[in-house]
Design a protein around this ligand. Structure first.
Ligand code: ADE
Length: 254
């Protein structure tokens, strides 16, 4: 899986994604993460990438030209790479055809990012993330290149970089081979619509608190049952919205 990030702050995203599990996955060649500086594509002699908004209003808007040219460069790179592997014949600047590579605009105006979306996106070969700044991006270029509008949540960040980093982390860890223990992604919170059960490690007693007896019993069926009940209870307490949705889904299946 190859992640391509269009940003005004390439060092921010690359620095943030080069450590720990995601860093190791890159070293092992399972994923790659590249960042392209949108500013490198401006035709403005002062390297400007933003301008005032038509119709007035606060703040500056990122202009269409540098964003479009940056995207074109990335698309070209992807298609060249695929062609070198014999996967596609020619590069095309035709928007309809070029849209085979998904372009995610991270924006508070998008659909809220969930685990299900992360799992779906983890199946792609390439993903392009577009990070906005200032008051946003000229609508005309968005119409031409963006396939998915995705938000991190109902709040506004100063730019798309942190949101893109969060999404890339969540997607990358679902790419086969990135996590050492393939099982952990299947049982963790949100994998089945519920939060994960509480967990304990050594010592058996800490600050006077013991580990629940059942976990020391070695009785696997009882442990599974306890975990299931805990998972349900925890979801009900902490995320009643998820609990309700889960119960409705279960009833529909009956
Ligand atoms: N950019 C600014 N705010 C954002 C958010 N909530 N999600 C994604 N991108 C953003």
């Amino acid at each position: 899986m190859h992640f391509h990030i269009m940003t005004l702050f390439p060092e921010m995203v690359l620095e943030g994604l080069h450590t720990s599990i995601i860093g190791r996955a890159q070293e092992r060649g399972i994923i790659s993460i590249d960042a392209e500086n949108i500013r490198d594509y401006t035709l403005d002699k002062h390297k400007k990438v933003d301008d005032y908004t038509y119709g007035g209003g606060a703040g500056m808007l990122m202009q269409a030209q540098p964003v479009y040219d940056c995207w074109k460069h990335i698309e070209e790179k992807i298609f060249m790479h695929r062609a070198s592997l014999g996967k596609c014949a020619t590069f095309t600047t035709n928007h309809e055809e070029a849209h085979k590579v998904r372009v995610i605009y991270v924006t508070p105006q998008g659909e809220v990012f969930k685990q299900k979306k992360a799992a779906q996106l983890a199946k792609e070969e390439d993903l392009i993330f577009l990070c906005g700044h200032y008051e946003g991006i000229d609508e005309r270029v968005l119409e031409e290149i963006v396939t998915d509008y995705i938000s991190l949540g109902d709040y506004v960040l100063t730019g798309g970089e942190l949101a893109a980093m969060v999404m890339i982390d969540a997607i990358a860890r679902l790419v086969p081979g990135v996590l050492n223990n393939g099982d952990s992604a299947a049982t963790e919170s949100h994998a089945n619509g519920l939060l994960e059960y509480p967990q304990y490690s050594r010592p058996e007693v800490w600050h006077g608190k013991g580990v629940p007896e059942v976990l020391l019993s070695g009785h696997h069926a009882n442990i599974e049952k306890w975990r299931w009940e805990q998972s349900l209870e925890r979801t009900k307490q902490r995320r009643p919205d998820l609990y309700e949705a889960y119960i409705v889904k279960e009833q529909d299946q009956d």
